[in-house]
Design a binder for this molecule. Structure first.
Ligand code: BGC
Length: 287
């Protein structure tokens, strides 16, 4: 393992002035799966907080370009779209290389790209299993590894942030709630939970913060059938004590805060942004 930096190598923590705390000005962020759903909103919110943003996507060039345009509405912020399959090692490495050449480096990674391929367990194909594990878990491994390498090379730049780098892994309430018919998806999210904590433990001495956000039911294309009709929405609300579906901006705001120096000293945690979905809602009257 690379030698841990000695404590003396670090500048003292200088917390930013109150009006700057939630600013990400001068920081460079990569959002994978940034052309739709939760990733789209995170990319936009990071840009509005002042970060330069790379919008990674696999398909849907027009959607990605639209996000780039929305990010760029905040003046002075740069953005571009980059097509890459996060489960392809060399594609991920080229994506980070281009970011280095274009923006000069990276401060924030939001490893968000994810897919679902649902099937009853006894019918789940190897292709469905591999697809979900490759994108959701291996994809985050590859992106986190490149980001950690870049953060370790760069170190802390106090004018930019208290930390050398910040990683946010997009997980799900299904990192702890089992989900029938989605063994591949739940396994990938459970894997993210422990991968995130292990990376966080390992790289904390470099002042690299690694955390996860676990959204509950959020209004995005991935779960359209769960909110599209009034009947489906009502059924969904039985699982959400807060009695409303999550909006992508609920996750976007959490990501901006977690990436900011407001959250310095937070590492290895999972932030559940789920309207109480993990509170065992079925027990509100029973048990
Ligand atoms: C899934 C959604 C689902 C939500 C709550 C998310 O991780 O992608 O499809 O609605 O969890 O069950």
């Amino acid at each position: 393992m690379t030698d841990r930096p000695s404590v003396a190598e670090y500048p003292p923590v200088v917390l930013p002035s109150p009006e700057r705390q939630l600013s990400l000005k001068g920081q460079k962020a990569l959002v994978t799966g940034g052309s739709s759903g939760i990733g789209r909103e995170i990319a936009i919110e990071l840009g509005w907080a002042g970060a330069d943003v790379v919008v990674n996507y696999l398909s849907g060039d027009e959607d990605a370009q639209e996000v780039v345009k929305l990010v760029g509405r905040r003046c002075g912020v740069r953005a571009y779209a980059h097509q890459a399959d996060v489960s392809d090692e060399s594609a991920v490495q080229s994506m980070f290389q281009r970011m280095k050449e274009t923006f000069g480096g990276i401060d924030i990674l939001v490893a968000n790209a994810g897919v679902q391929r649902d099937a009853a367990f006894h019918e789940m194909s190897m292709a469905d299993w591999n697809m979900v594990l490759n994108v959701n878990l291996t994809g985050q491994f590859l992106c986190c590894r490149e980001a950690v390498r870049a953060f370790q090379r760069k170190g802390v730049v106090p004018e930019v942030s208290c930390a050398a780098g910040k990683i946010i892994c997009m997980s799900s309430v299904h990192d702890i709630i089992p989900w029938a018919g989605r063994a591949n998806y739940a396994a990938s999210k459970g894997g993210i939970l422990m991968m995130m904590k292990t990376i966080a433990q390992e790289v904390a001495p470099w002042r690299i913060r690694v955390n996860a956000i676990s959204p509950g039911a959020v209004r995005t294309p991935i779960n359209r059938s769960a909110w599209e009709t009034p009947e489906a929405y009502d059924a969904l609300m039985k699982l959400v004590p807060y009695n409303r579906i999550g909006e992508p901006s609920d996750i976007g705001r959490a990501a901006v805060w977690l990436a900011s120096d407001y959250a310095d000293y937070i590492t290895g945690t999972t932030l559940y942004v789920d309207g109480g979905m993990t509170l065992y809602p079925g027990f509100d009257a029973g048990g």
